[in-house]
Design a protein around this ligand. Structure first.
Ligand code: LLP
Length: 443
């Protein structure tokens, strides 16, 4: 039998349900109601799911590492004012990578002393701005940057707390664009080449920075717990070596983000609490064995905080059947709001919001509206036959790296973000871009 879409959609996350009439419910609300109210296409966020995802990390960290462990939301996954407010309320810190993210967090009233400033190429202006705004910690990528931060802090009469980003030399078994833990990477200073030890010595000798510890991030969409355990091993041995070399006691260890999420039925489920439990056992046992003080732990989940807290709703336009070839279902968005298929070949689960129980016997590619053949959202997916112009199509698990990677290609406006709160009330977190917005900076 051909599977209907609800069985796979409902499997992805508890916030996806089906009504008695065969319509899609998201965060307890009729999806169709949201698109009718706010227009098409639209990102719909489940606020409570973001909070639940945060709490999963909070609870696991408290249980396994104690009260001084801090989860940092990697806000590159979805950065807008409301999300910073929510994660601040949930007691998170945040990882920011640009003046733009710092500014947005600041507008939201986020306590910037809990912000960690990343990026492999912070500009002089970024560095000055972040120090000025009181960003709590810089995650320093390389020696050149360290020198600029030191000078900028001294000039402002400050001592900037820093972590050093290191590359442990691990293959995270994920797609190439997001693998960052290898020695051959544009990120961080490699342990293997001796550069990590060298930059540590330089940081310790500087008076404008205060070295708190070390960071690594091996990659994204990782399901293999062993990858995190290996990273922890390598980092702890380095911390021991640093202690032997300089007598420096590392106080903070940040193991980055990367926890995988389910986009389709085929993806495994990663139990965050279990993985953090395993990391904790390893870190505690090895620290004791190596004779080093257990550092305060930091993790930086991005995707796993927001991905399943959002879906995108589109309206179907042209349905094109090319006999002997393929069927194309076009929607009123595409790579401008979700470039992940175009960039990584990422897979998504799709469904028709009013026909959730219908048999799916129509194989097609769901494509966007841009003037580019690569503008695809999902390839070779099954939808109900008879799909036609005006139908509402949902793409699930779009909370991470969709809104934040949106563009105005073809001068298409960015989508609004509509939130549904715990009580089932909807509200706008980000407005839809208007035609005026699109030409706003044209002189
Ligand atoms: N920390 C650092 C230093 C990172 O570079 C990243 C992601 C994270 C934390 C969060 O990783 P997550 O928990 O979200 O996996 N645009 C790509 C993802 C790029 C990830 C970049 N760094 C995508 O759409 O798959």
């Amino acid at each position: 039998m051909v599977k209907n879409n609800v069985s796979s959609a409902e499997n992805l996350c508890e916030n996806i349900r089906i009504s008695k009439n065969g319509t899609l419910l998201f965060a307890g609300r009729e999806a169709v109601e949201i698109i009718e109210k706010y227009g098409s296409p639209v990102f719909v966020f489940d606020e409570e799911r973001v909070r639940e995802n945060c709490r999963r990390y909070k609870t696991a960290l408290r249980e396994h590492f104690g009260a001084d462990a801090l989860p940092l939301y990697a806000s590159k996954a979805a950065s807008f004012k409301r999300i910073y407010e929510i994660i601040a309320e949930e007691g998170f810190g945040t990882d920011v990578v640009s003046s733009g993210e710092i500014y947005t967090a600041k507008l939201a009233g986020f306590p910037l002393e809990r912000a960690y400033f990343h990026s492999n190429n912070k500009t002089d202006a970024d560095i000055a701005y972040a120090i000025e705004e009181g960003v709590g910690c810089f995650v320093v990528d390389n020696v050149e940057e360290l020198e600029v931060i030191n000078a900028a802090a001294l000039e402002k009469g400050k001592k900037q707390r820093v972590l050093l980003r290191l590359t442990p030399g691990i293959d995270p078994h994920t797609y190439a664009a997001v693998a960052t833990g290898n020695v051959d990477s544009k990120f961080g200073s490699a342990i293997e080449t001796g550069q990590a030890m060298k930059i540590t010595g330089e940081a310790l000798a500087m008076t404008g920075v205060e070295l708190a510890g070390f960071h690594c991030h091996v990659g994204s969409q990782v399901f293999d717990a062993d990858v995190f355990l290996k990273a922890a091993d390598i980092m702890l041995r380095f911390i021991r070596d640093v202690k032997d070399e300089y007598g420096f006691e590392c106080r903070e260890l940040d193991l980055g983000g990367g926890f995988g999420v389910r986009y389709t039925d085929a993806d495994p489920t990663l139990d965050v609490s279990e993985v953090i439990g395993q990391i904790s056992e390893r870190v505690k046992a090895l620290s004791e064995k190596l004779g080093i003080t257990l550092p305060k732990m930091r993790f930086e989940p991005g995707r796993s905080i927001v991905a399943d807290a959002c879906m995108t709703l589109y309206t179907v336009g042209t349905v094109k059947k090319i006999p002997g070839y393929k069927n194309y279902v076009s929607v009123d968005g595409g790579m401008t709001d979700n470039p992940r298929f175009a960039l990584y070949g990422s897979k998504y689960t799709v469904a028709l919001a009013k026909r959730m129980n219908d048999e799916c016997d129509f194989k097609c590619s769901v494509v966007g509206r841009c003037c580019e053949s690569g503008d695809i959202l999902a390839e070779g997916v099954m939808l109900p036959s008879g799909i036609k112009r005006g139908d509402i199509l949902a793409v699930f698990t779009t909370g991470a790296y969709n809104y934040s990677m949106s563009s105005n290609y073809n001068r298409v406006g960015r989508l609004p973000v509509v939130m549904i709160d715990k009580g089932g009330n909807d509200y706008v977190a980000v407005r839809r871009e208007s035609l005026e917005d699109i030409a706003r900076n044209d002189v």
